[in-house]
Design a protein around this ligand. Structure first.
Ligand code: SF4
Length: 908
């Protein structure tokens, strides 16, 4: 590394270089073996915001005593001279210096290089990269931390395989040379330089005799307790564990409702590990979210397995892995001339990632720039372009490695989608004997999507255009004169299909009824389908099907002809393997397109129109009306033990709805509902204003906004508002923001201020904020402690009408003479309501209130069912002004004496 540079760091009053001011600058200069430093506090000539004082630790400092930036800028300029300036996210600091008249042209950003050299770090904040330094946000410490980081980056670059170093030099030129990296001997080679075939055969699972029972395992301090002193034993966890073990013994299907704090992951992991090992059998554990999957893999499974000789594997969906074949192609074709710097940096990061990672998956890659995210789309493994076992990289391929490991494992962690894919096509996972499904309330939806079809016309047109283009896939197949003519025929048929798809899209855009929304789903009912006879819709559909069938047939013919000409050679050729995949896909799309449209008792077809205001696009979809028989046949009939768990599986202890939805055979079903380990009664209040307007009245949102404006400032933000539509969310955000902003309370609205994950993070970091969410946030928010003290449900979470599959299901229940409302709509809403309530208490010390701003909960016949489904909070039904006071006293004053409304109250 060259040793003539200056590290610079600034602290400022805010993030905007145009309007904010510098309050501190520190510099560290290295010249040869010497280092020296220079630091100033700066008078910003304005007040320093409280959050900046807290962040920097300069709580009581009087900045007016210091010189202004103008007064010291020449000294700063002299100190830097013409040296390279280094900093962490240095562009931010340089923008402030530029405004003060100091223009710096040569600089190096350690954030950018940390992303390249340390691609598997979960975060690129200095606090994470060099945690031994600090306290952070004092510029004097931050320059020292950056200095240490600089050397950490160089060490990481030195440990890269020589070939990867060569690739990086090629991609980054002089910027790479500055580091003067030397290759170290015996570095692990990159998988990109080790293409080879797949090893054959896997180890069979054999029974391993051990004397452990789950209970004794959990209680033995040399197991769980040895590394986890904070581990506490919980009666509900032990009860669940015993029930899971019993389910393994009597081969039943156990449904366990266990709320936050039960420790349910260990309660199923320990029996899964012990029994699977002892019997030489395999358990598949499926989660809905990647976050839980990672938690099981990184935290809970190591606790459960300890030193036992149990094999475990983590398998994700195909698109979660980097494809080495694609990465190699990009590596071979990228040059300084044909790609811009940002893209080359993203590629450099990908290459270091491939050299360093054992997993090769998206979560480990953690793309933190737009370019890295775009690059991932180009290199992720995908069904259409995967060459399968004949791929030259089949041996080191991360996706195939994970699947091979699963074949040798007792416990395999997957997600719902992968399990459902296996149910549809039982070669995705190795055979298994037992299944545990966590977050099981989502499973039916995932099965429905997997067994249905989604045909995004725009995506399909794009693939057709790429393949038919000059120098596209089809041209690359012209390696024998006998193929020229068939390939030209395929190109012509594909171009016809492309035109027909365009017409089809236009026809369905015209068929889509007008809507206030940007997205609309339209069901193909029997009446609608019959009305299409003899119309443009029917003709265009028929022409498209015909064109699709022609393309599928022409593709199959070319593949057969190529096999006859080249023999097995084409089975090892990446281009031909891509084409084989294409030919298979065309056949299955052709089949699906034939099935789309006519309504049957088993299947509903519909189309979705999106981007209606700008660039309308059409997706054709169909799905099964009832997933229960599918799950019954493809899962429960195939396995010995099933465990389904979630915080919300029952409606007030009744598991019937969940059992019906998932086709669980009654004779094998066992249920268990564990009480919440938290003191729900003492720590939470369910408050229902008794004098609020009907949810469908124009006054409802207006009064809700007024209620929030009264309450939220009094409890310093700390509020989550759950709505059931983005339209209501927007209305509320517009009413709240102008009032709350001047009071220093940040309004964060899902979809307006950013995606939900980012907003939840911001909400956690803000000391005074209100978070408005729809859809996913009813269960996607986990904010322990006092940062979330109030949850407000704008209305009871009944599903919005307009989902074609849901409509068909309700009709089907009604046709059986049953109440669709009580059989499906109400249980669904109650489960969602319980999830919303569950946002409040995340640890045993949390306390707060939930407000239901929907009078139906006290005025309808079914309202009491919502209340009964909760785990016993203190209930208050009072006029709004009283509810406001109760919330304030309970949250701010920490009051305990809440006058509960008697449970037999007459709400009317
Ligand atoms: S097997 Fe498929 S995913 Fe893996 S490297 Fe080859 S083409 Fe890519």
């Amino acid at each position: 590394m060259r040793t003539d540079f200056v590290i610079v760091d600034l602290e400022t009053t805010g993030l905007n270089p145009e309007s904010d001011q510098v309050i501190q600058i520190a510099m560290l200069r290295e010249m040869g073996t010497q280092t020296d430093t220079l630091a100033f506090f700066i008078n910003p000539n304005r007040s320093v915001p409280a959050f900046v004082r807290r962040l920097t630790g300069f709580d009581t400092m009087d900045f007016s005593q210091f010189p202004t930036l103008d007064e010291v800028i020449e000294e700063i300029r002299d100190f830097i001279g013409d040296r390279l300036v280094v900093g962490h996210q240095i562009g931010f600091d340089l923008a402030f210096l530029k405004r003060a008249g100091l223009h710096i042209e040569t600089f190096l950003d350690t954030l950018e290089w940390a992303r390249i050299a340390l691609p598997t770090e979960p975060s690129y904040r200095l606090e994470n990269l060099v945690p031994e330094e600090g306290p952070f946000h004092d510029a004097r410490n931050d320059v020292q931390a950056t200095y240490r980081l600089l050397y950490r980056i160089r060490t990481a670059l030195s440990h890269l395989p020589e070939t990867t170093q060569r690739d990086l030099r090629y991609l980054l030129g002089n910027e790479w040379d500055w580091w003067q990296v030397e290759a170290l001997p015996n570095t692990r080679p990159s998988p990109l330089d080790q293409p080879h075939g797949e090893p054959s055969g896997g180890r069979e699972l054999v029974p391993f005799s051990h004397g452990w029972q789950s209970q004794t395992w959990l209680k033995n301090p040399t197991n769980i307790g040895k590394n986890f002193e904070e581990f506490e034993q919980r009666p509900s966890q032990e009860a669940m564990m015993a029930a899971v073990e019993r389910a393994y013994q009597d081969q039943s299907i156990l449904l366990v409702e266990a709320g936050t704090g039960t420790g349910k992951s260990l309660a199923y992991l320990i029996p899964a590990v012990l029994v699977s090992l002892k019997q030489g059998e395999r358990t598949v554990i499926a989660t809905h979210t990647l976050a839980l999957q990672e938690q099981l893999w990184n935290k809970d499974l190591p606790m459960a397995q300890q030193d036992l000789p149990v094999n475990v594997a983590l398998v994700k969906g195909r698109g979660q892995y980097v494809c080495l074949l694609k990465a190699d192609e990009i590596r071979q074709t990228t040059t300084v001339l044909n790609e811009d710097r940002e893209r080359r940096i993203a590629i450099a990061r990908l290459l270091t990632f491939i050299a360093q990672t054992d997993r090769g998956d998206y979560d480990a890659f953690n793309p933190s720039s737009r370019e890295a995210k775009e690059l991932w789309q180009d290199v992720m493994a995908d069904r259409h372009a995967c060459a399968g076992p004949r791929c030259p990289y089949a041996g080191p391929c991360f996706m195939r490695l994970a699947r091979r490991k699963a074949e040798e494992s007792h416990v395999v962690i997957v997600n719902h989608a992968l399990l459902a894919s296996h149910m549809a096509n039982p070669v995705v996972l190795p055979e298994f004997d037992h299944v545990i499904i966590d977050e099981a309330h989502h499973f039916a939806d995932v099965v429905e999507r997997t067994f249905g079809m989604e045909f995004v016309i725009a995506d399909f047109r794009r693939i057709l255009a790429e393949n038919t283009a000059r120098n596209g896939l089809f041209d690359h197949l012209k390696t024998h004169p006998d193929l020229f003519s068939p390939i030209e025929y395929l190109r012509a048929q594909s171009i016809t299909l492309l035109e027909r798809l365009e017409s089809l899209e236009n026809v369905f855009i015209a068929e889509t009824p007008p809507s206030d929304y940007n997205r609309q789903a339209v069901r193909v009912t029997t009446e609608r389908f019959e009305s299409w006879q003899g119309t443009q819709v029917e003709k265009t559909m028929a022409l498209t099907r015909e064109a699709m069938a022609n393309v599928a047939q022409a593709s199959r013919d070319i593949w057969s002809a190529a096999e006859a000409i080249f023999g097995d050679v084409i089975k090892n050729d990446p281009t031909w393997l891509r084409f084989e995949k294409w030919a298979d896909d065309m056949s299955s799309y052709s089949l699906h397109l034939d099935q789309w449209g006519p309504p049957t008792s088993q299947q509903v077809s519909w189309w979705e129109a999106t981007h209606l205001d700008t660039n309308p696009q059409i997706t054709l979809r169909f799905g099964p009306v009832d997933v229960a028989p599918l799950v019954h046949d493809t899962l429960w009939n195939q396995i010995k033990t099933g465990v389904l768990t979630s915080a919300t599986l029952s409606v007030a202890g009744d598991f019937d709805y969940m059992a019906r939805s998932l086709g669980i055979p009654k004779e094998r079903m066992r249920t268990m509902r564990l009480p919440s380990p938290f003191n729900v009664r003492a720590n939470s209040v369910l408050a229902i204003p008794s004098d609020i307007p009907d949810v469908n009245s124009a006054e409802h949102l207006k009064e809700l906004a007024e209620f929030l404006i009264e309450v939220v400032p009094r409890i310093n933000g700390r509020t989550l508002v759950l709505t059931t539509s983005h339209k209501s969310l927007r209305v509320l955000a517009d009413k709240l923001r102008p009032v709350l902003d001047p009071l220093g309370i940040v309004t964060l609205a899902q979809g307006i201020d950013g995606p939900s994950v980012r907003l939840v993070d911001q909400f956690k970091q803000s000391s005074r904020a209100i978070l408005l969410g729809a859809a996913g946030l009813w269960e996607g928010v986990d904010v322990p402690g006092a940062d979330l003290s109030l949850v407000v449900m704008a209305r009871l979470p009944f599903a919005a009408p307009g989902d074609p599959l849901e409509e068909a299901r309700l009709e089907r229940i009604a046709q059986r003479g049953q109440s669709a409302f009580y059989q499906r709509t109400l249980p669904q809403a109650i489960l969602r309501f319980q999830q919303g309530f569950g946002r409040l208490l995340r640890t045993k010390n949390d306390r707060g209130a939930v407000v239901v701003y929907d009078p139906r909960i006290i005025r309808s016949r079914y309202g009491a069912k919502f209340i009964q489904a909760l785990a016993g909070p203190t209930i208050v039904v009072q006029p709004t002004h009283h509810v406001r006071q109760v919330i304030h006293d309970f949250i701010v004053k920490g009051g305990h004496d809440v006058d509960e409304t008697p449970t037999n109250f007459n709400y009317e």
